[in-house]
Design a protein around this ligand. Structure first.
Ligand code: ZN
Length: 277
């Protein structure tokens, strides 16, 4: 739609001006607000790496493969570039990337962990899903635990199932256009210790509703706090707990959350917001 067409449409939607009526002191929508989309032309706005692993449980492989397809579709038109690899350093220096997307896998070798630490400590961006954040005593990576907000895995419901989640405020770009509550498709919900919410640097954006409890058929969760989307303000990162199995991309609201999170992390780039260009 052209800017002119947009103005005409708005006039019609507003009911039209009455003959002789005074023009409003200020228009509801300025011409600048109905400008057409801006195009990057042939220059991609940003560059991402999607790092995943097939050396994980089957349900996490399923999510990872679907994540590759989901995010690849978002690159249509080459608005941005996404490399996909099971080798974190396949393309060399991570600083070339504006964001690293990790569905269900995190670096495990000393080489990869060091590279990821340096990348994030120098303003890198991260969007992690589900088991990408799994860590316990055997993980042996204190930096990563602190990066997540100082938390480790505590427990989960089983089997995976849908869950009602609550959005904790709409003043954040990740949640601004989401409903107060929605049901996310079948997944495995993790609980963390200590509660990420107890860390003042963590902002919880979405959590599992208490209305779900008791939850589970084999492993029963009776209650407690289950933040499912959060960010650690010390880093340019967002974590999303959903990401188990092959149903996760079947819900438009959750897909919107995924896009919002990607866009928000990228928009915080120390190089400037690529969506403002
Ligand atoms: Zn899982």
């Amino acid at each position: 739609m052209t800017a002119l067409a947009g103005v005409l449409l708005l006039a019609a939607c507003g009911g039209g001006a009455q003959k002789g009526a005074q023009a409003p002191a200020a228009p509801f929508v300025s011409a600048a607000d109905v400008r057409p989309a801006s195009y990057a032309g042939s220059t991609p706005r940003f560059k991402a790496l999607l790092y995943y692993s097939d050396r994980v449980e089957e349900a996490h492989q399923q999510f990872s493969h679907q994540a590759v397809e989901f995010f690849h579709r978002l690159t249509y038109g080459e608005g941005w570039i996404m490399d996909v690899s099971q080798d974190l350093l396949a393309q060399g220096d991570l600083s070339q990337y504006d964001i690293i997307i990790m569905p269900d896998a995190a670096p495990s070798s000393a080489r990869d962990r060091k590279a990821f630490e340096e990348y994030m400590d120098n303003g890198g961006g991260w969007l992690g899903f589900h088991a990408a954040s799994y860590n316990d005593r055997s993980t042996g990576w204190d930096w990563f635990r602190n990066f997540l907000g100082g938390v480790s895995f505590l427990c989960n419901n089983w089997p995976p199932q849908p869950g009602l989640v609550e959005v904790e405020g709409h003043d954040h770009p990740v949640t601004r256009n989401l409903p107060d509550e929605f049901v996310v498709p079948e997944t495995e919900f993790y609980q963390w210790q200590p509660d990420p919410r107890s860390n003042p640097d963590v902002q919880v954006l979405v959590s599992l509703s208490q209305k779900n409890f008791p939850m589970g058929l084999k492993d029963i969760v009776f209650g407690g706090d289950f933040p499912v989307v959060w960010t650690n303000r010390n880093y340019r990162m967002a974590y999303i707990n959903m990401g188990h199995g092959d149903r996760c991309f079947s819900d438009a609201t959750q897909n919107l959350l995924f896009v919002n999170a990607l866009r928000w992390v990228v928009s915080q780039s120390p190089k400037g917001d690529p969506f403002e260009r």
